[in-house]
Design a protein around this ligand. Structure first.
Ligand code: SF4
Length: 370
């Protein structure tokens, strides 16, 4: 991957560190399985990252940053080393990756650096050094805070390791993100929700939620084929993610991604089973709005619904599924974009009333419904 000409920046890569708090453009480097001594049952880093295992050279790092800087329209750049386990690389390799960034951090070309790693591969001393090298965000593969889930998934670390890592990173003033994987072996919707709540309580600044998918060639694929593992279906995955997202929103914790990104070799051909869709996040948000409308709009009404411009497509739903769902209840619905409406709210207007409802506070889900 790193030997081929660099692709032009694509919108799919434009991931702010924490949506709506820090607007940055992320320059991604995938370091694949480098540095990771483990084999989690679900993991095929080669598929997820599409990388062939090679680390980027100094020239490749600088070239890519320059390419992205030239299309950044003056926005700040964040360099991110995704995949693998950054802090398990030997120290000299970590230094080789971070050193080319130092002049760019000093002159302001790069605003910050993000890495991802395992919870048991980081300690205070390491965090202090990373901070000195410009790292401002550390993403942890928490996956679950249930020890039986972690053990059944071959993670090789405990929930306490994750909580300690979050506390250590926070204690040094860095931003900490947590990746969660509902639907792993031994997991339940209750355990997934408990993991998310404990992660938020521990101090995570943002979350990624990746429902477990079964990738070809993994231990999980073997168990699935042998009938030893039942993955989340699409419907149950969306239903669970909807509750997790709402719970995070109630704590004002951004969920910056739901579902693995369809890129770099990850597609429906590489996935054997599980809850996956290239636009899973939109489908989950869309379901929240659909539930809110169904909850507060009676059948056979004519209704005008106003929503924030950024949420129009979520409210309408993919292929207009939410509109069709309401039509089947006899509801005639008109959607209006209104920048004065908060993103999580809908203003519902009928001939006799006009009320604003929120997907955060006006619908209550039971985790037992998943
Ligand atoms: S720790 Fe991360 S990179 Fe290593 S096997 Fe597990 S998921 Fe893959």
């Amino acid at each position: 991957m790193h030997n081929r000409p660099l692709p032009p920046p694509r919108s799919a890569f434009f991931q702010p560190v924490v949506k709506s708090r820090v607007k940055m453009i992320t320059v991604p480097f995938f370091i694949s399985h480098q540095g990771c001594p483990h084999t989690c049952v679900f993991c095929d880093q080669r598929t997820i990252s599409g990388a062939n295992g090679a680390l980027p050279s100094t020239a490749q790092i600088l070239d890519r940053i320059e390419l992205w800087r030239s299309t950044a329209d003056g926005r700040s750049l964040e360099v991110a080393f995704f995949g693998g386990t950054f802090t398990a690389l030997n120290k000299e390799t970590q230094r080789q990756l971070l050193s080319p960034l130092q002049p760019l951090l000093r002159n302001g070309t790069v605003a910050s650096v993000r890495i991802s790693t395992r919870p048991d591969c980081i300690d205070i001393e390491h965090i202090v050094w990373l901070s000195q090298m410009g790292v401002r965000t550390i993403e942890l593969g928490v996956q679950s805070l249930d020890n039986s889930v972690l053990k059944a998934s071959g993670r090789g670390h405990s929930a306490t390791d994750s909580l300690n890592a979050i506390h250590c990173i926070k204690s040094q003033g860095l931003i900490v993100g947590a990746q969660l994987m509902p639907g792993l072996p031994e997991d339940t919707p209750d355990a997934s929700l408990a993991s998310l709540e404990q992660t938020i309580t521990a101090g995570a600044d943002f979350l990624r939620i990746y429902p477990t998918v079964v990738l070809h060639g993994t231990e999980l694929a073997r168990r699935y084929s042998a009938g030893e593992f039942t993955p989340l279906t699409y419907d149950r995955g969306v239903s669970l993610c909807k509750i997790l997202l709402q719970r995070a929103m109630r704590s004002n914790i951004p969920v910056i991604r739901i579902g693995l990104q369809a890129d770099h070799g990850l597609n429906s051909d590489s996935i054997l089973a599980g809850c996956w869709h290239p636009s899973l996040g939109q489908l989950v948000r869309s379901q929240l709005y659909a539930d809110l409308i169904s909850r507060f709009v009676a059948s056979d009404q004519h209704v005008t619904i106003s929503c924030h411009p950024a949420r129009v497509s979520d409210v309408i739903g993919m292929k207009r599924i939410n509109i069709q769902g309401q039509t089947s209840r006899g509801v005639q619905i008109q959607i209006i974009s209104d920048a004065k409406i908060k993103k999580e709210e809908l203003k519902v207007q009928t001939e006799v009333s006009c009320v604003t409802y929120s997907i955060i506070s006006d619908i209550n889900y039971l985790i037992s419904e998943v």
